[in-house]
Design a protein around this ligand. Structure first.
Ligand SMILES: Cc1cc2nc3c(=O)[nH]c(=O)nc-3n(C[C@H](O)[C@H](O)[C@H](O)COP(=O)(O)O)c2cc1C
Length: 150
C-alpha cells in the first residue's frame, strides 16, 4: 500500500514523528505540505503531521485538509498531532477538524516538545509563562506512534 506522509514542523518535533513512522515502512513518500504538488490519487493511505500553536493546527495543513476532504475520506487517513497541552487537547481536536474527518481519521496525540533554538523572543516568553518550561525538552509519545498500523 503506497503511503503519502505530509507534514509541517516549526521546531522539528512533528518532523521527528513523521521520520520515525517513515522508518517503519518502505513504500512511502514524505513531503512538507507546502511542497506537495502531486495527486492524492497515487496513494492508498495518507498520514498528515501537524503541530499545534495557540490552539490551532498549522494553517497550511488545515487548508490542505479542507481542500481535499472528500478525497481524504476515501483513503486510510492518520493525523499525527504534536501538541503539549493535554487538558485542552480534546477541545482543540473538536475545533480544528470537521466531524467527518474526526469520525474517519485515526487522530494520534504524539506529544511534542519545545526547542528554544527555534523560538523567537515572544514565543519563548509564552512558553515560559504559560507552559512553565524554561529550556528545550522533547516528550514525543513514541508508544502512540507505535500504535499506528501501517
Ligand atoms: C508559542 C507556542 C504556542 C503553543 N501553543 C500550543 C497550544 O495552544 N496547544 C498545545 O497543545 N501546544 C502548544 N504548543 C506546543 C507545541 O504544539 C509543541 O511545541 C510542538 O512540539 C510543536 O511542533 P513542532 O516541533 O513540529 O513545531 C505551543 C508551543 C509554542 C512554542
Amino acid at each position: 500500500m503506497k503511503t503519502l506522509m505530509l507534514y509541517h514542523s516549526k521546531q522539528g518535533h512533528t518532523k521527528t514523528c513523521i521520520d520515525y513512522l517513515n522508518n517503519r515502512t518502505d513504500d512511502t513518500c514524505v513531503v512538507p505540505v507546502q511542497d506537495f504538488t502531486a495527486s492524492l490519487d497515487e496513494y492508498d493511505s495518507v498520514i498528515i503531521g501537524t503541530p499545534v500553536y495557540m490552539g490551532n493546527i498549522h494553517k497550511m495543513i488545515k487548508t490542505f485538509i479542507q481542500q481535499h476532504e472528500q478525497t481524504l475520506l476515501q483513503k486510510s487517513l492518520t493525523i499525527v498531532v504534536c501538541a503539549m497541552n493535554d487538558s485542552e487537547y480534546e477541545a482543540m481536536i473538536q475545533r480544528n477538524f470537521t466531524e467527518s474527518i474526526r469520525n474517519h481519521a485515526r487522530i494520534v496525540h504524539a506529544g511534542g516538545g519545545y526547542n528554544f533554538k527555534r523560538l523567537n523572543f515572544l514565543e519563548r516568553f509564552i512558553v515560559k509563562k504559560i507552559a512553565k518550561v524554561d529550556s528545550s525538552i522533547s516528550s514525543i509519545k513514541y508508544d502512540q506512534l507505535d500504535s499506528i498500523s501501517m
